[in-house]
Design a protein. Structure first.
Length: 190
């Protein structure tokens, strides 16, 4: 049995979920971003306990196919943007379509319907959030940040950063309050 969750965006989230499942004595096969594979079926009572435990952690168990698909898309984007260090050697739309075995146009339609923005805009929002994080750490220069976040050039990164935040990367670096968002809040429509 698979359960799909909302807001699981980091590897520490996976550890939290595993811990809660262990406390509830729910045997699982695998826990990944947005997905829990349970060993066997759950009784209605145990399902409700698991649902409540996930909500207490800030995660929701999803039941609608469109919401599940949207979360899968978001988790793939988070994985690529925040946890992939290698240079991207693929067009992201093709990569996403192949990962989910669905046409990109359909994926974008469902994502827009559920999230209120295109996949591309969400992808860019996640990239900008990663750039903010790297600027805040002050360990890399802008050239290194551009490379690490898969931008073709510093100019491209700077233009997109200013368009999304209203600040140039250098002006952002000077701010006392860096205005970073938790990953689960990136791309939320106000």
């Amino acid at each position: 049995m698979k359960l799909f969750t909302k807001n699981m965006v980091s590897h520490s989230c996976i550890l939290l979920v595993k811990s809660e499942l262990d406390k509830l004595h729910i045997p699982y096969i695998n826990v990944d971003l947005g997905e829990i594979e349970i060993d066997g079926a759950l009784t209605a009572e145990l399902y409700q306990q698991a649902r409540q435990a996930m909500q207490n952690l800030g995660f929701d168990i999803l039941e609608s196919n469109q919401k599940i698909l949207t979360e899968k898309i978001k988790n793939i984007i988070v994985e690529v943007v925040h946890y992939t260090e290698d240079e991207l050697k693929f067009k992201f739309s093709d990569y996403l379509s192949s990962k989910l075995n669905l046409h990109y146009t359909y994926l974008n339609y469902v994502f827009f319907k559920e999230q209120g923005m295109s996949i591309k805009k969400y992808f860019i929002a996640q990239k900008i959030e990663r750039v903010k994080k790297l600027i805040t750490y002050q360990e890399l220069n802008l050239t290194e940040i551009a490379f690490k976040t898969h931008y073709s050039s510093i100019a491209h990164l700077s233009n997109q950063f200013k368009k999304m935040t209203g600040f140039s990367p250098s002006n952002y670096k000077k701010l006392n309050d860096k205005m970073r968002l938790p990953l689960e809040q990136v791309g939320l429509v106000a």
